[in-house]
Write a protein that binds this ligand. Structure first.
Ligand code: PAF
Length: 284
């Protein structure tokens, strides 16, 4: 695994691979890698000749008062984990490398509408930060495919829209959410929770599963179901931002005949914001 910090070096490495006719998969991350990230890396290896993993804690996707400063930076441990799976290059740029004019002067890439819904309502500017950094990583790396986790479902939808709108010849691949044995979705932010809080946090997934069961049983009053689910999360001691039933293809509000759904939730516990989602296919 080559360890690369600069755009110039990454570009020359990738150019040599491309000259040989090889394809490239990119797995963008912010580090503090867990099993979920490693499964994305393995998935990437199934879709291209070379795998590039980036680790960059992107300042532009954190709002004021969010956890940019305390976001866990664990490069040494991450590098060790990545050396046990198939990675050809690990790209760990500095902030100056990605935003050479500083973050205040940086060109911003924004996907309107979709970025302001759901999590975007509670984290204004977050998705513009994501699209601004991922578009740079795409331009630097020019991958054939890029792999993102389903846990960040809205992020995936926003990035898919960006790829389509900008005519980027990059295929996005979705890796499924890895879960702890009790159902808690794996996330770097779980590290901020103690054992008791982690157990409490499982209410999010259990609530989404119950919501899925209610929908399978034929209930279709989405706003009533969403309110009941949020109340259930709140009763466990979390502060829910939202629970939403949406169309899985585009995150639009579904109608009673929609069959491909995604059930999403975001809630805060002990100052930590947790998200999760469940896909649901209903019979037509
Ligand atoms: O999902 C993440 O870890 C980040 O949002 C990403 C895609 C690496 C962009 O910084």
């Amino acid at each position: 695994m080559k360890k690369i910090q600069t755009v110039k070096k990454l570009r020359s490495t990738l150019a040599a691979w491309r000259e040989a006719g090889d394809t490239v998969a990119l797995v963008p991350t912010m580090g503090n890698l867990h099993k979920g990230h490693l499964s994305l890396v393995s998935l990437a290896a199934e879709h291209a000749d070379h795998v590039v993993v980036s680790i960059f804690v992107n300042p532009t996707q954190f709002g004021p008062g969010e956890d940019f400063e305390r976001y866990p930076r664990t490069l040494e441990i991450d590098t060790r984990k990545l050396s046990r799976v198939r990675v050809d290059a690990l790209f760990t740029p500095t902030i100056d490398e990605i935003y050479p004019r500083g973050i205040d002067q940086a060109t911003i890439v924004t996907v309107p509408g979709l970025s302001d819904d759901l999590c975007g309502k509670f984290r204004p500017g977050h998705f513009s930060g994501v699209t601004s950094v991922v578009s740079r990583l795409f331009n630097i790396c020019l991958p054939d495919v890029a792999v993102f986790g389903q846990k960040d479902y809205q992020q995936l939808m926003v990035l898919q829209r960006m790829v389509e709108d900008l005519h980027l010849p990059i295929r996005l691949i979705r890796g499924s959410t890895e879960r702890e044995a009790d159902g808690l979705a794996m996330s770097s932010r779980n590290n901020f929770l103690d054992a008791g809080q982690r157990a409490t946090a499982t209410v999010i997934y259990r609530t989404l599963e119950k919501l899925a069961a209610d929908l399978r049983a034929g209930q279709r009053d989405y706003s009533v179901l969403e309110a009941a689910a949020a109340a259930n999360i709140q009763a466990a001691g979390l502060a829910p931002d939202y629970v939403a039933v949406r169309n899985a293809e585009n995150l639009a509000i579904p109608d009673a005949r929609s069959t491909r759904l995604v059930l999403l939730a975001a809630a805060r516990l002990a100052g930590v914001r947790l998200i999760d989602n469940v896909l649901l296919d209903l019979p037509a």
